[in-house]
Each structure stands twice: as C-alpha cells, then as structure tokens.
Design a protein around this ligand. Sequence first.
Ligand code: FPP
Length: 262
Amino acid sequence: MNTKQVRDLWKLRKAMETGEAEKLPKHVAIIMDGNGRWARQHRLSVSRGHRQGTETLREIIRHTDDLGIQALSLYAFSTENWNRPPEEVAALMQLILDFFASEIDELNEKNVRILILGDKAGLPEQQRETLTEAERRTEKNTGLHLNIAVNYGSRAELVRAAREIAEMVRRGEIRAEEISEQMISDHLYTAGQPDVDLLIRTSGEMRLSNFLLYQNAYAEFVFPNTLWPDFTVAEYDRCLAEFGRRDRRFGARTDPSEEGKA
Ligand code: FPP
C-alpha cells in the first residue's frame, strides 16, 4: 500500500467510527467488464486482458476486506460465457485455478468465507474440485463473504430456488400460501447474506446481464467508464463515496415536506 492509499483507508476508517459507516454498503456486487477492450487497446490477447483483470480483482478484494464490508460478489464467468472462443474460455478456466492457487492461503488467514455462486457441476473436474475445496476450507470463517460467480446465471438461480420450494410444498412441509420473499432469498446461493446495496459495472456498460436479479432489487448502480484492468482502489473509493451520497428510499417517501404532494 502506498502513502495515499494508507491515508484514504484511514479516512474511511475514521468515517466508519464517526457513524458515516452506515453509508458504506454491506454488500457490493461487481461486474468486471472491459478486459477485452483493454487488451485491444494494448494490442494484447483477450486472455492477457483477463489476466490483467485478475490483478485488479486481488486489489479490490483486499480493500473490501480492509474496509470491513460484509459481502463482495464478483461476476467471473456467466453461463453465456461458454459461447466465447474456446481459447478464451480455456484461459478464463486457467485463471480461476491460478487465482485460487495463489490466493487461498491469504484469504483463509484473513478469515474470508468463499462461496461459489453458480452450477459447479457444469465445470471441468479440476475447476470443480478447486472451487469446492476453497469453499470447504473457508466455510467456518466469519469475515468477508467473498462470492465468486462461476457458470452463473440469475434466472437459473431463481429456477433452482423455485424447484426447491416446490419440492417442499409437494412433501407437505409448507403450504403454497406460506411462500414468502424471505423464503425465496433463503433458497438463493447468497442465502443468509444481505441484499446487494451497491452494484458497480465498469467500462461504461449499463446492464445487469443476468447477475443477482433478485438480490439487486434495491441496489444503487454506479457505472464508471474505466475498463476493469485499469480500475483502481481510488476509483473504487469514489464509487463507495457516490453510494454514500445516494438517498435510498426503498420505495418510501423520506422527505416530510413532500408528503401530500402526489
Ligand atoms: C468481461 O470482460 C469479463 C469477463 C467475462 C471475465 C472476468 C474475469 C476476470 C476478471 C478474471 C477471472 C476471475 C477469477 C475469479 C480469477 P469482457 O471480456 O467482456 O470485456 P469486453 O466487453 O471489453 O470485451
């Protein structure tokens, strides 16, 4: 960490102590977009872009943990990403292995809980085993929830939840009228975690791309133009500060002077 980063961290910690902490999101979700464009700009292969993106990912995870944010969800590989050229898919699969090989010890020491969002059964054996092992090793940890979406699609996640709940109804454990919003949350991969407060998508694209549709219901969205490999901790802090300035009403009216003006 350089001097400026230490100073910024100190300022954020101070803000947390003085009650501004409520303005920090509990759960941040990030769509790490722009690796391909970054690679083209630098006349490098797309795979090299993803590798550079992994460097950003390490910094952002570290900073999220330092800030004491409860949950961080990262979109690493969607169910649609299988349609990319085979060499790009292979590079992403390799990066996933490399990432866990190099980071798992430190993450575990930092008390981070790793959870894979998505269908691990649809992954190659080596990736499935590595990811399952990372979850197993960190499952008793009590720190940051680090959710990594791999072979993930939010609609598929909702279908999975609907099937599980339908089975409970079929077995007579609950009645259909008892199905609640909470029950659906409890059957998502992110069960037990707070909803997403802040969604960041880099590279200027403004889409959800089938990421955490249910969990993002009341999230604030920030869309920095920066390509993911160029995204820095300082820019992340600016996104967090932007979140702190947003007036979140969750559909209610919070300004009494506005009452009766409908
Ligand atoms: C989108 O950029 C990014 C991805 C599809 C993959 C993101 C993956 C990583 C950053 C690294 C792998 C993850 C782990 C956990 C090690 P894009 O290729 O769609 O960019 P473009 O829109 O500019 O082409």
